[in-house]
Design a binder for this molecule. Structure first.
Ligand code: NAD
Ligand code: UDX
Length: 464
């Protein structure tokens, strides 16, 4: 079976870039990305390709090439479902904020809505692909909904979790370590569906990197991969605190440990804490699943990764207050970086939000600069926490477009995102314009310490 027409439900950080790359690499497949969020679709269709809603290096060029040729963005979900032979579900699966599993389980209401819509609309057989990150055994629920509410057509459900990281999404999609496809490989129809999706990726991914498993292994592998990655960050962050007490340097420890080929050098960078839409949500989901099977030790083991991360964010902010003579009340503090990592405009679960909130509770005046995050987003992130009124956030927090302006007259500067441009700022000029003593807190181990100390900064870095 050859796929000719793909529909992707969800034009977000995963659906948008993934489908853009599929469209670019497979000019014979028509790819339509649909979303209920009209303004997001309008942004994807903006004639100025630099205005697409997601910032990812290299993405706008791909969209420019494929959009209008075989890549389309639309709000007409029904039509795209009807036309497609393969439907990707790439909607959000956030942590539940209500009811059973509140604060832990994944909220699957958007997934279920998609399934019901597909069942209502589809008039011929479809392959439905789980692209969203889902709890293990979600495919079973999807199949039940599709089979029991549909128009008597046949569905094959595949699990094809996405491993891209934001900021490097295009590279990750072009050259993935592996593409995981879970399907019902014991039935001829299931096998055929797996092969159809494999053939799509094989247009640009070497066959040996296309990995096939059963559906449950595929679903669980995604949660496992994120849990392992986050665990490495929490592990090195735990050591960063011990380094600060003992005179060891966490960068040196990470290098020494990472040179062991069994451990490897990646994902050992100490930081102010991991953020992003995935790590916390997926581990909480894993913890919830383990608990629901009565596996309390398994649940506790993984929950510690989150507890350590919460501790790291809080500890960083508390250290700032402590260093500044135990009070930041009325003091201007510049935060450089708001995105959860460099090269993205995504701020979901960014450590910066929590550091700012802590400092605001201590009555600091905050000025934020981030090269890609809008003022509106920064206020919305703070408002979402509900720690104080929207007016209070707007009174205590200023957002500026120039890093030097952010630091002008400040008592302290904190680096919260590792944007490359922060390394080449005129730090002498920044120092000259700050109040003295001028405090500089590096939450990313981005800056070279000796030169900053020589300028005169009171310099603090994670794990040093
Ligand atoms: P997102 O919030 O950026 O995008 C999801 C989109 O789905 C939104 O635009 C929303 O309007 C749309 N949507 C929701 N319900 C819909 C419906 N019924 N019909 C049409 N559109 C609907 O989310 P995201 O970051 O792209 O994540 C999507 C999934 O991929 C999640 O399960 C996430 O865990 C997973 N994932 C994310 C990343 C990442 O880096 N962001 C990486 C791997 C996996
Ligand atoms: C992650 C996974 O890497 C990706 O495979 C999955 O598909 C989605 O979740 P993402 O959250 O986009 O990707 O970015 P990632 O590079 O993993 O960074 C997550 C957070 O950890 C960021 O806040 C980053 O700054 C932090 N981090 C990462 C560290 O603090 N230290 C590190 O060594 C690596």
């Amino acid at each position: 079976m050859t796929i000719k027409n793909i529909c992707c439900i969800g034009a977000g950080y995963v659906g948008g870039p993934t489908m853009a790359v599929i469209a670019q690499k497979c000019p014979n497949i028509k790819v339509t990305v649909v979303d209920i969020n009209e303004s997001r679709i309008n942004q994807w269709n903006d004639p100025n390709v630099e205005k697409i809603p997601i910032y990812e290096p290299g993405l706008s060029d791909i969209v420019k090439e494929a959009r209008g040729r075989n890549l389309f963005f639309s709000t007409d979900v029904d039509k795209a479902i009807d036309d497609a032979d393969m439907i990707f579900i790439s909607v959000n699966t956030p942590t539940k904020t209500y009811g059973i599993g509140k604060g832990m389980a994944a909220d699957l209401k958007f997934i279920e809505l998609c399934a019901r819509q597909i069942a209502r609309v589809a008039k011929d057989d479809k392959i439905v692909v789980e692209k969203s990150t889902l709890p293990v055994r979600t495919a079973e629920a999807l199949k039940n909904i599709l089979d029991n509410t549909g128009n008597g057509v046949n569905y094959q459900i595949l699990s094809n979790p996405e491993f891209l990281a934001e900021g490097t999404a295009v590279d990750d999609l072009m050259n993935p370590d592996r593409v995981l496809i879970g399907g019902d490989i014991d039935s001829p129809e299931g096998k055929e569906a797996v092969e159809a999706l494999t053939d799509v990726y094989a247009q640009w991914v070497p066959r040996e990197r296309l990995l096939t498993t059963n559906v449950w292994s595929s679903e669980l592998s995604k949660l496992t991969a994120n849990a392992f990655l986050a665990q490495r960050v929490s592990s090195i962050n735990a050591m960063s605190e011990l380094c600060e007490k003992t005179g060891a340097d966490v960068n040196e420890v990470a290098k020494a440990v990472g040179m062991d080929s069994r451990i490897g050098p990646k994902f050992l960078k100490a930081s102010v804490g991991f953020g992003g839409s995935c790590f916390q949500k997926d581990i909480l989901n894993l913890v919830y699943i383990a608990k629901s099977f009565g596996l309390n030790e398994v649940a506790d083991y993984w929950e510690q990764v989150i507890l350590m991360n919460d501790h790291q964010k809080k500890r960083f902010a508390a250290n700032m207050v402590k260093a500044m003579y135990n009070t930041v009340s009325g003091k201007k503090i510049a935060l450089l970086g708001w995105a959860f990592k460099k090269d993205t405009n995504d701020t979901r679960e960014s450590a910066a939000i929590y550091v700012a909130d802590y400092l605001l509770n201590e009555q600091a005046e905050i000025v934020v600069y981030d090269p890609k995050v809008t003022e509106e987003q920064i206020y919305s992130d703070l408002d979402y926490l509900g720690s104080r009124s929207g007016d209070a956030n707007r009174q205590a927090v200023t957002v500026v477009n120039d890093p030097l302006e952010a630091c002008d007259g400040a008592h302290a500067v904190a680096i919260l995102t590792e944007w490359d441009e922060f390394t080449t700022l005129d730090w002498q000029k920044i120092y000259d314009q700050m109040l003295k003593p001028a405090f500089l807190f590096d939450g990313r181990r981005l800056l070279e310490p000796e030169t900053k100390k020589k300028i005169g900064f009171e310099f603090y870095a994670i794990g040093n």
